[in-house]
Design a protein. Structure first.
Length: 225
């Protein structure tokens, strides 16, 4: 577009100079030369106009501005992330039986007192036949760590349930090598229900290092000598 205007301006300047020259010649000439000079000026004007027209016709048409091409940028691809690992649901603890719940709130201290008290109606105390601080046998099994062993006696029965059943019904399950007839059968008549739960609570506290395979300790005087 700028080139076209520059070329057109140059043509008009040439034309103006020619007109000025022709006027000067006309003024300098005498009267007899006026007509030929005017004719020459007119002819020169026609030639200049023709040149202007030809130059204009040959000028290239102004270029139509082309809008810039808009390049669309694709959206960024999301970086794949690892799927979160499902957290396994915690395994719910088995529901406590009524005996488990009652034993949990009873008094193990009172149960220990009852365990060591001689009962005339039974002609025994529990401690006469069962050791509470050892797994070794007496007339009955030693009761240290009875909670751990009782949980494995009968499938589906908790330790508290097994101990409770062994007191109220000693013949329900007999440990191999022991006579069920030695166990008094009337503990459920001698003790109240709550007192039996106290005794079970006490027995559930008997925990310690197993001494079932240990030799009998030597007397203190021999050990010191």
């Amino acid at each position: 577009m700028i080139y076209w205007w520059r070329q057109r301006t140059a043509i008009y300047r040439t034309f103006s100079c020619a007109i000025t020259l022709a006027g000067a010649c006309l003024l300098a000439s005498c009267g007899s030369l006026a007509a030929p000079v005017m004719q020459a000026a007119t002819a020169t004007s026609d030639v200049i106009q023709q040149s202007v027209d030809e130059a204009t016709a040959t000028l290239p048409a102004p270029a139509t501005p082309v809008p810039p091409t808009v390049t669309s940028t694709p959206p960024p691809t999301a970086t794949p992330t690892e799927l979160p690992t499902a957290t396994p649901e915690p395994t719910s603890a088995p529901a406590l039986s009524p005996i488990d719940r009652l034993v949990a709130v009873r008094d193990p201290f009172n149960g220990g007192m009852l365990f060591g008290t001689f009962q005339d109606a039974a002609n025994y105390a529990c401690s006469n036949c069962h050791l509470s601080d050892s797994e070794k046998e007496n007339l009955g099994p030693g009761l240290l760590n009875i909670k751990e062993r009782a949980a494995t006696r009968i499938e589906g029965m908790s330790a508290a349930e097994y101990i409770y059943q062994s007191i109220v019904d000693s013949k329900a399950y007999t440990v191999e090598g022991f006579d069920a007839e030695l166990m008094p059968q009337n503990w459920a008549d001698i003790y109240s229900e709550l007192e039996i739960f106290d005794i079970v609570a006490y027995l559930m506290t008997l925990e310690g290092r197993s001494d079932i395979d240990d030799p009998d300790p030597a007397p203190e005087d021999e050990a010191s000598g």
